[in-house]
Write a protein that binds this ligand. Structure first.
Ligand SMILES: NC(=O)c1ccc[n+]([C@@H]2O[C@H](COP(=O)([O-])OP(=O)(O)OC[C@H]3O[C@@H](n4cnc5c(N)ncnc54)[C@H](OP(=O)(O)O)[C@@H]3O)[C@@H](O)[C@H]2O)c1
Length: 266
């Protein structure tokens, strides 16, 4: 477990893009998706990532249903406001609509999904500050921000801190390790790594090392990524979730970590 805001969260979360549809709601697998989210929570994955954009809001509805059997305080929900909704009133409206779909009183971490250069980030952050004051969100963060846009956001936040930046990070796209990651580390901003499994395209470079470590390739990937980020793989299949759950307790030592780092950079 690691600390995020005021809560202890699992060092791997659950992504939900694609559950309940892609950009539009698709209700046909609802019961299976709800069971998958519940299964992940029961097996100690308590951080769940969603967004108003995902399946036109239906991903949030599925999460709202899945968390009903659990203590809300034990779960950490991330949601995001879409870049066309970053004017002050729109942010408030989006957050309230997300809360309604999630059927909960607060979002643990609310992110600006993508920067929008046409809307001053200060306006968006002022609205997020207001949401925080009213207890509707507990923490503020960003997603897909580079060092420049992140610095601008940090300079424009009146109260509190940007606690996380959610960006793509996997064994094919690891370039943040060279610049954004050290910058975030120096500012105590957590990296939440999206598409950690490169959309399910398994990396063959780690074939031998994962075997020699006695892990599946997915476990090896996640063990590597979670050293310096919180990966949020999306999985609907129980067998896939089991792989992820096993990864929660794998801790690579420095030599193993460096070896994998070397292999993926070849
Ligand atoms: N902030 C952003 O802009 C942004 C952008 C993209 C994604 N995200 C977030 O990041 C999450 C994850 O990223 P992603 O959905 O793009 O892709 P991903 O997590 O890299 O890959 C998901 C795919 O991997 C499969 N998978 C999961 N566990 C597996 C296992 N053990 N063995 C084999 N395959 C496995 C899943 O299959 P099944 O589903 O069939 O189990 C799914 O097809 C998203 O769901 C979303 O929450 C955020």
């Amino acid at each position: 477990m690691i600390k995020l805001g005021d809560k202890e969260v699992s060092n791997i979360g659950l992504g939900t893009y694609g559950m309940g549809g892609k950009t539009l709601p698709d209700y046909k697998n609802d019961s299976g998706e709800i069971e998958a989210i519940k299964y992940a929570i029961k097996n100690n994955i308590n951080l769940i990532d969603t967004a108003e954009y995902y399946s036109g809001g239906h991903s949030e509805e599925l999460i709202g249903k899945a968390i009903k059997d659990f203590n809300r305080e034990d779960i950490f929900i991330i949601s995001k406001v879409w870049p066309t909704h970053l004017h002050y009133d729109d942010v408030i409206k989006s957050a309230k609509a997300s809360l309604k779909r999630l059927d909960t009183d607060y979002i643990d971490l609310y992110l600006i999904h993508w920067p929008n250069p046409k809307i001053p980030v200060k306006e968006t952050l002022d609205a997020m500050d207001e949401l925080m004051k009213n207890g509707l969100i507990k923490n503020i963060g960003v997603s897909n921000f580079d060092i420049g846009t992140l610095k601008e956001a940090m300079d424009n936040l009146k109260n509190g801190e940007i606690i996380a930046n959610e960006v793509e990070y996997n064994l094919e796209n690891y370039y943040i390790e060279d610049d954004l990651m050290p910058f975030c580390e120096s500012k105590h901003i957590k990296i939440i790594g999206y598409s950690p499994l490169n959309h399910g395209k398994i990396n063959n470079k780690i074939d031998n090392i994962s075997k020699s470590l006695g892990m599946t390739k997915i476990q090896c990937e996640l063990a590597y990524l979670k050293k310096k980020s919180i990966p949020i793989p999306k999985a609907s299949k129980i067998a896939h979730i089991n792989d992820i759950v096993t990864s929660l307790n794998i801790d690579l030592d420095v030599n193993e970590y460096n070896k994998i780092r070397e292999i993926i950079r070849k």
